[in-house]
Design a protein around this ligand. Structure first.
Ligand code: A2P
Length: 290
């Protein structure tokens, strides 16, 4: 299984987990059980908006380990911002997951309205204090959003989960987060869904077919996906590749017995073209009012 990374909450997170975005509840249930029992995953990343928390919960329940041995993340959706809504949202997620706590609860997207976002963070702290989440954090926050939470004082987010892969390396954000002890988690770590992307700046996955990645893969006798995951790990990132295919689920965690060298890392550093497969945080349509 994956090595552990200590978050600023004092809680340890397995560095690699299974992503389940775009999986149906049935697919998620299968993939989660398989990942835990057959591939030694101990970290699952879902969200209320994925519509598959129930499948994730059933997958964990069907696996042959205790709930407490699996690190479970879920996320607060855009329509659940605000203090009271956020408190209701975690309860709904816990019910769907069939558990009385999550290991990590994340705000899925930032708001441009600072005051309203801070009210949601007040609720996140309450959720933490009540033991319904063992760590709290955010997704898709840019440095200025993180700065709002830093200036507020109180609990800092344990993680910021953002789109990050060799074509969108997020150097500025990684540096900022590093200075403040906030861990970065990479979503779409392999460059996103195969086929067409989504969002206004979307493009199909070109990471796994990148010739440089292909070269490095041949050099190490690994697949392009394994090279990309080894790159995230080398950078100290937490990574949550998604697959619903057994062979890929196995392959994607089989990346801790080799390491990229400095030349590989330098070659991949040159691949950053800043193009997203997903939406930019400023372009996200931000939910209902209070
Ligand atoms: P599938 O679920 O059909 O296996 P990301 O995690 O960057 O969002 O990308 C996941 C995409 O890459 C999914 O479309 C997934 O499809 C595919 N994928 C996951 N693991 C691998 C792999 N080892 N090799 C090739 N494609 C993969």
């Amino acid at each position: 299984s994956a090595p552990l990374i200590e978050l600023n909450s004092g809680i340890e997170i397995p560095q690699l987990g299974l992503g389940v975005w775009q999986s149906t509840p049935e697919e998620a249930q299968r993939a989660v059980r398989f990942a835990i029992d057959e591939a030694r995953y101990r970290h699952i990343d879902t969200a209320a908006a994925y519509g598959n928390e129930s499948g994730v919960g059933e997958g964990i329940a069907a696996a042959s380990v205790l709930r407490s041995e699996v690190f479970v993340t879920t996320k607060l959706w855009n329509s659940d911002h605000g203090y009271e809504r956020a408190l209701a949202a975690i309860d709904t997620s816990l019910r769907a997951l069939g558990t009385d706590y999550v290991d990590l609860y994340l705000i899925h997207w930032p708001l441009q309205d600072r005051d309203r976002l801070l009210r949601t963070w007040d609720a996140m702290e309450k959720i933490l204090a009540d033991g319904k989440a063992h760590s709290i954090g955010v997704c898709n926050f840019e440095p200025h959003h993180l700065q709002w939470l830093i200036d507020r004082g109180g609990v800092l987010p344990a993680v910021d989960q953002v789109e990050l892969h060799p074509h969108l390396q997020q150097r500025e954000l990684r540096e900022f987060a590093g200075e403040h002890g906030i861990a970065i988690e990479s979503w779409s770590p392999l460059g996103g869904t195969s086929g067409s992307g989504w969002g206004p700046n979307s493009k199909p996955n070109t990471v796994l077919t990148d010739p440089t990645i292909g070269d490095i893969a041949i050099k190490h006798g690994r697949s392009p996906a394994q090279v990309v995951l080894a790159w995230h790990i080398k950078l100290g990132l937490i990574v949550i590749p998604k697959s619903v295919h057994d062979d890929r689920i196995k392959q994607n965690i089989d990346v801790f017995d080799f390491e990229l060298d400095d030349e590989d890392v330098a070659r991949i550093a040159a691949l950053d073209d800043g193009k997203r497969v997903g939406i930019h945080p400023d372009e996200m349509n931000l939910g209902a009012p209070d």
